[in-house]
Design a protein around this ligand. Structure first.
Ligand code: SAH
Length: 213
């Protein structure tokens, strides 16, 4: 599906994704391996798709947008992703050379993503559990990407950022969230707000809780 992948990258460029490293990662990672058999023919269309358990693989533009926000601020290092889902975002981050840690709360998705990431031999450390609690044993992180909708800035995660580290997180209500970039400067946090997106809810202790599916 190399031609479809190439066309997806052309479309991402048309939508304003310009970072060469990001575009290159999208050319390399085989997105069709991260979706169900039924969705495979559409894997390179710019859409979110169901991955089971009421969850979705984010649309390529959204993954590229968040990844660009990270790459432009933190070009390398250790990155934690919250919400492994299909594993696609984690694979893109690994393709960019980050040391990747990812947490998923749904066992079926954790297992399925693990199988794909292992088959591709990608160096991604995985954990099953509530990602809003972060991964204290591996903190601090140079980057944290939250790929689900947070009701407010997730405090525990912010405190697992390295000095100068950056978190990319959609913050808002269940219908719409603003992409937020939080940079740690010592004990202070700087904020930048970007476009609106619509993510599935971030569950867990510092999310929307565990009873909203
Ligand atoms: N990054 C994913 C997108 C997955 S959608 C991809 O590339 O496919 C968001 C994911 O976040 C879902 O799989 C959902 O189960 C997970 N999630 C939601 N709340 C979570 C939490 N508190 N901890 C870990 N994972 C969570």
């Amino acid at each position: 599906m190399a031609r479809e992948r190439q066309e997806m990258v052309v479309e991402l460029e048309r939508y304003g994704i310009s970072n060469a490293r990001v575009l290159d990662a999208f050319l390399t990672v085989r997105r069709h391996l991260f979706v169900d058999a039924q969705s495979r023919p559409y894997a390179y269309s710019d859409n979110a798709m169901p991955i089971g358990f009421g969850q979705t693989i984010s649309q390529p533009y959204t993954v590229a947008y968040m990844t660009s926000l990270l790459v432009e601020r933190v070009p390398s290092g250790k990155v934690l992703e919250i919400g492994t889902g299909s594993g696609y975002q984690a694979a893109i981050l690994a393709g960019l050379g980050y040391r990747v840690y990812t947490i998923e709360r749904i066992a079926g998705l954790y297992a399925a993503a693990g199988r794909v990431l292992d088959a591709l031999d990608l160096p991604v450390q995985r954990r099953l559990g509530d990602g809003t609690l972060g991964w204290p044993e591996e903190a601090p992180f140079d980057g944290i990407i939250v790929t689900a909708a947070a009701p407010h800035e997730p405090n525990t995660l912010m405190n697992q950022l390295a000095d100068g580290g950056v978190m990319i997180v959609p913050v808002g209500d269940l219908g719409s969230q603003q992409m937020t970039v939080i940079r740690r400067r010592g004990d202070r946090f700087e904020h930048e707000i970007f476009h609106s997106f619509a993510f599935v809810p971030l569950c867990g202790r510092e999310g929307w809780g565990d009873n909203n599916e």
